[in-house]
Design a protein around this ligand. Structure first.
Ligand SMILES: *[C@@H]1O[C@H](CO)[C@@H](O)[C@H](O)[C@H]1NC(C)=O
Ligand SMILES: *[C@@H]1O[C@H](CO)[C@@H](O)[C@H](O)[C@H]1NC(C)=O
Ligand SMILES: *[C@@H]1O[C@H](CO)[C@@H](O)[C@H](O)[C@H]1NC(C)=O
Ligand SMILES: *[C@@H]1O[C@H](CO)[C@@H](O)[C@H](O)[C@H]1NC(C)=O
Length: 377
């Protein structure tokens, strides 16, 4: 009996090299999610309604946001689902409740989403000290979101034992976060060399701290995404347009901006490699950068239109259809088919693009191990 159990266990180990199943010591039946919950932190790439619940006048709560999938605005800066939504679907979990839209333990039984549009890794005070205009820099940085998470954790698990069970049976999506630490000063004309580039180590330190806080609370599976190529973002293509062809790569993206994001992502990966891991802890880098770069370099292969690769679907006209910060609303220039575009509103991606990024981290190659290989087999 005992030895047949051991054989079964070894067989499972060979068939499914899955941390979740092995650490839980059981096999989840097909149809059930391997992770009981999904918790996510970050910014507008992941926000499914938090900013909207504190800023009901935000453009994100008006047409055409949400037109493709939900057929109404939901607070997502997208025409449809975000990466976190596709991850929830693949894990057979419902769309995760935005923290500011939920109240009870029942609201959060499948997890919670703490990401807020505009949020930074560094605290708001840091940017106040820099002298930035804080009008669109919300006071919901990574530390604030972690505080919210601890409240939900205690709501769901009154005892230490319950909290440990919750931590070890949940998937954490920590980010993307950090890009707004650069966006806000860029959009307020701060100096790249003197003020923006020197932020990288500080931003990475904050993400490192958050990773360690989650591990310290007992998290076993954390996915930490890198930033997307800013040099291919329509808003940046307009802001930093140049007459020098040498400033652009073959895909038409701004070289120096992409090199900057690569620098951030390299520092992030270095940090993740050395971050202290407890037994059975998997911290996985999700390469959103490579995923977006791949579809930008060869849009047609991935179902996008070649002419629309660097042009927002919804915006205020011009060569990239993106002039001002968020220029997408009911009176904007709106493309007939968002799925031909990578960029939705000049800053955020379309559902079609997010879907491809999500597939790449769920199944590989843009997360190693891929999210699904850490779970269902
Ligand atoms: C929202 O818009 C309404 C109508 O334009 C205005 O009266 C109200 O003050 C705005 N609220 C906020 C929080 O900006
Ligand atoms: C690390 O994160 C915790 C929880 O958010 C916070 O209280 C603490 O100040 C952070 N430490 C640093 C150095 O950022
Ligand atoms: C940044 O510079 C542009 C162009 O000079 C100007 O139009 C814009 O108002 C400036 N923005 C801020 C926040 O200073
Ligand atoms: C809507 O967007 C257009 C540009 O696409 C802009 O000119 C206009 O001011 C925006 N309207 C509102 C109410 O924000």
């Amino acid at each position: 009996m005992a030895s047949s159990m051991v054989r079964l266990f070894l067989l499972l180990l060979v068939l499914c090299p899955c941390a979740a199943i092995v650490s839980a010591g059981r096999y989840d039946p097909p149809g059930a999610s391997c992770y009981k919950r999904l918790f996510s932190l970050g910014d507008s790439i992941t926000d499914t309604g938090n900013l909207a619940s504190v800023a009901p006048n935000s453009s994100v709560l008006a047409f055409p946001y949400g037109e493709t999938f939900f057929h109404r605005p939901t607070g997502r800066f997208c025409d449809g689902r975000l990466i976190v939504d596709f991850i929830a679907e693949a894990l057979k979990l419902p769309f995760v409740t935005p923290f500011l839209a939920g109240k009870t333990a029942a609201d959060f039984r499948h997890g919670a989403n703490f990401a807020v549009s505009g949020a930074t890794a560094l605290g708001q005070q840091f940017f106040r000290d820099m002298g930035l205009d804080l009008a669109i820099l919300p006071p919901f940085s990574l530390d604030v979101q972690l505080g919210w998470f601890e409240r939900v954790l205690h709501l769901l698990g009154p005892t230490e034992k319950e909290r440990q069970d919750i931590m070890s049976s949940s998937l954490f999506l920590l980010g993307e976060v950090g890009i707004n630490d650069y966006n806000h000063p860029f959009f307020q004309n701060r100096s790249f060399a003197d003020e923006i580039r020197p932020l990288v180590p500080k931003v990475i330190e904050k993400i490192e701290n958050a990773t360690k806080v989650l591990i310290g609370l007992g998290a076993k599976n954390i996915v930490v995404p890198g930033a997307v190529p800013l040099g291919c973002v329509p808003r940046y293509l307009t802001l930093f347009q140049s007459d020098d062809p040498g400033d652009y790569d073959a895909a038409g993206c701004i070289r120096w901006l992409n090199e900057f994001v690569e620098e951030h992502n390299r520092a992030l990966r270095r940090m993740l490699r050395r971050v202290l891991r407890g037994p059975g802890v998997a911290v996985v880098y999700a390469d959103y950068y490579a995923a977006v770069q791949e579809i930008t370099r060869d849009p047609r292969k991935h179902g996008f239109s070649k002419d629309a690769a660097l042009t927002a679907c919804c915006g205020d006209g011009g060569p990239h259809n993106s002039g001002v910060l968020i220029s997408c609303n009911a009176t904007s220039v709106l493309c007939p088919d968002p799925s031909e575009h990578i960029s939705w509103d000049g800053l955020h991606l379309t559902e079609a693009a997010y879907r491809l990024v999500a597939l790449g981290v769920l199944h590989g190659p843009y997360a190693a191990p891929s999210i699904l290989s850490t779970c269902g087999c």
